[in-house]
Design a binder for this molecule. Sequence first.
Ligand code: UDP
Ligand code: MG
Length: 315
Amino acid sequence: MTETLYIVIPCYNEELVISETVRRLTEKLDSMVEHGLIKENSRMMLVNDGSKDNTWNIIEELYSSNKYVTGISLSRNRGHQNALLAGLFEAAKYSDMVVSMDADLQDDIEVLDDFVKKYYEGCQIVYGVRKNRKKDSFFKRTTALAFYKMMNMLGVELVYNHADYRLMSRRAIHELENYKEVNLFLRGIVPMIGFQTGTVAYDRGERFAGESKYPLGKMIYFALDGITSTTVKPIRMITAMGFITALISLVFLIYFIVIHFLGKTVAGWTTTVVLVCLFGGLQIMCIGVVGEYVGKIYLETKKRPRYIVQDILHK
Ligand code: UDP
Ligand code: MG
């Protein structure tokens, strides 16, 4: 028995790529239907994340000319993760399984067959995993590796070299709906859902047109968000650091008292200045880390909507 697949694609200012993306995916969906892998009512769902260019107009045109195209438009730009979430929840209303991928088709669409096969074998979640990072710049490669190492050290369960190219069953998406957080880091949350999972290896190419919507600044924030929305380990590390410095101070204290009574207390200006600076810096940093979490709590307690859907194109 075949089932219905939806492909969710967040689009932010992607006027240069979506027509080509839809063309390639149409061919792919046609062939998958032909091979009896998916039902004919399978679709792509293009999520317009408040684009400032012609993206939504193009989606509307494609909707009227291509039977596979559906779309939703958010009321404003909410960022990749929120756009993805909106698409997943909307697509789960009509489908049995949903694959999410980027609009630029950097992720090889030929492995869609493998995703679907794993689903039929019983997987509720299938992670797309990059075979290698040869196409990445040296900088991106090393920072990505450092990020995974750090997350690992902090005890966060991440799938190595997996971004947001994944298949989720309708059931898994329903479970995802119970994770109400507004600070979204999907690749940290999805592994928490559990169930039977699988992986599919693929090659990641380069963007065929347009430019990256993830400049360095956004990427750093995203990484920090990933840490603070999945683990409180950094706060614990501060506590541990406090304990250690308190212990060391105690040793020094004893030493200072001893030399005081020995009458050798004139020298030591450098030590004083260095220690004052060091602890001043450390304290401000620690307050900052705790503040990050307080800020997160602030945002979470407001329970603001993660996105607002403005238009839906679906028959
Ligand atoms: N994206 C989005 N909203 C944003 C930024 C990006 O929906 O605010 C989408 C974008 O259109 C693309 C995907 O997220 O489909 C990934 O972006 P991009 O390919 O630019 O990131 P990169 O591959 O360079 O990390
Ligand atoms: Mg990309």
